[in-house]
Design a protein around this ligand. Structure first.
Ligand SMILES: [Zn+2]
Ligand SMILES: [Zn+2]
Length: 174
């Protein structure tokens, strides 16, 4: 996903990219990327800076942390950063760039946004994905997916277990 800096205009340029996660080397544990990563990005050239704003979107296949079902999760994250072009490449080692700035030498003609896009996807994947707010998860006793059917062990036995705990607490208080 490369932006040709030489063709940028002060009044702005719009780009659209579409590339497979495989090509972009985007990977995350337990996550599949069946469709291409789509990016819309607008650049505005002002002096030695290129202001870049856009959106990354994709629908991933991910496992619900409660019921372990695979479901489709739409990802939609913002891209926002400024490319600063400097005369002298002194001090341009990796790590100089912070979250909002990319510093490049003025002689550079192409800027690859792939790393930014990769971060926008991977850093926005939920740590505990949920197929829905209402997901009832798996029965902790028999393992049945409670979204699909009820089982014999709920809710009575669960209640009994709470009662047992309550008894213990009561005894300790006595
Ligand atoms: Zn679920
Ligand atoms: Zn059960």
């Amino acid at each position: 996903m490369k932006i040709d800096i030489r063709q940028l205009k002060p009044e702005g340029n719009d780009f659209h990219f579409s590339e497979s996660a495989e090509e972009m080397e985007i990977a995350a544990d337990g996550v599949k990327f069946p469709s291409p990563i789509e990016v819309d990005i607008t650049t505005v050239l002002t002096g030695d800076e290129i202001i870049c704003q856009g959106e990354v979107y994709n629908t991933v296949e991910i496992e619900c942390s409660r019921c372990l079902d695979i479901f489709d999760l739409p990802i939609n994250s913002r891209l926002q950063f400024v490319i600063q072009m400097l005369d002298s490449p002194v001090g341009l080692e990796n790590g100089e760039d912070d979250d909002d700035y990319e510093v490049i030498p003025k002689t550079q003609t192409v800027f690859d946004i792939s790393n930014r896009v990769r971060d926008a996807i991977v850093l926005n994947l939920p740590l505990k994905p949920l197929c829905g707010e209402e997901c009832r998860g798996l029965c902790p006793m028999c393992g049945v997916n409670l979204n699909e059917r009820d089982c014999e062990c709920t809710p009575d036995k669960a209640d009994e277990r709470w009662d047992a705990l309550k008894d213990i607490f009561d005894e300790e208080l006595d």
